[in-house]
Design a protein around this ligand. Structure first.
Ligand SMILES: [Zn+2]
Length: 145
């Protein structure tokens, strides 16, 4: 495993301790770790998939690892769709704030106030969920993986 001392994702135990127990952790997948995004639960189920090694860009991976990273994202997307029927999913691979390869899977529900906008185009509450609520949501998604 390669990691970077200056990278918040490389230094966060939720992504580095394979066996760690966290309320928002969903699962260890083939090449990444899936966790609920604590700040974006206004869009309930929104998930971050963090690639296991410190890699900055998708095209820096071999085509084999690109495929496995995509397969992990599709597996979680399928589980989110089963968990929250009727959703629209947004996939984002940005890395501006944290240049460590990670997918955002953003769950847009039928109650979404601005379904035609990306979530960066409007304000939404960052109130978050309690640990109990996060555990419940992560369990629901995990059962559908
Ligand atoms: Zn990193």
């Amino acid at each position: 495993m390669t990691n970077d001392n200056d990278c918040s994702m490389c230094q966060d135990a939720i992504f580095t301790e394979r066996e760690g127990q966290y309320p928002n952790k969903i699962a260890e997948l083939d090449v990444c770790t899936a966790v609920l995004n604590r700040d974006w639960q206004f869009f309930r189920g929104s998930t971050i998939l963090v690639f296991r090694d410190h890699v900055k860009e998708l095209h820096h991976l071999t085509s084999e690892l690109q495929r496995r990273f995509m397969d992990d994202a599709a597996r979680v997307a399928t589980a989110l769709e089963k968990t929250f029927p009727g959703l629209k999913l947004n996939h984002a691979l940005l890395g501006n704030a944290t240049p460590h390869l990670h997918w955002h899977l953003i769950v847009r529900h039928s109650t979404d106030p601005h379904p035609r906008l990306s979530i960066w185009e409007f304000e939404f509450p960052k109130t978050g969920q309690s640990d109990e609520e996060l555990i419940g949501t992560a369990d629901q998604i995990r059962r559908n993986l």
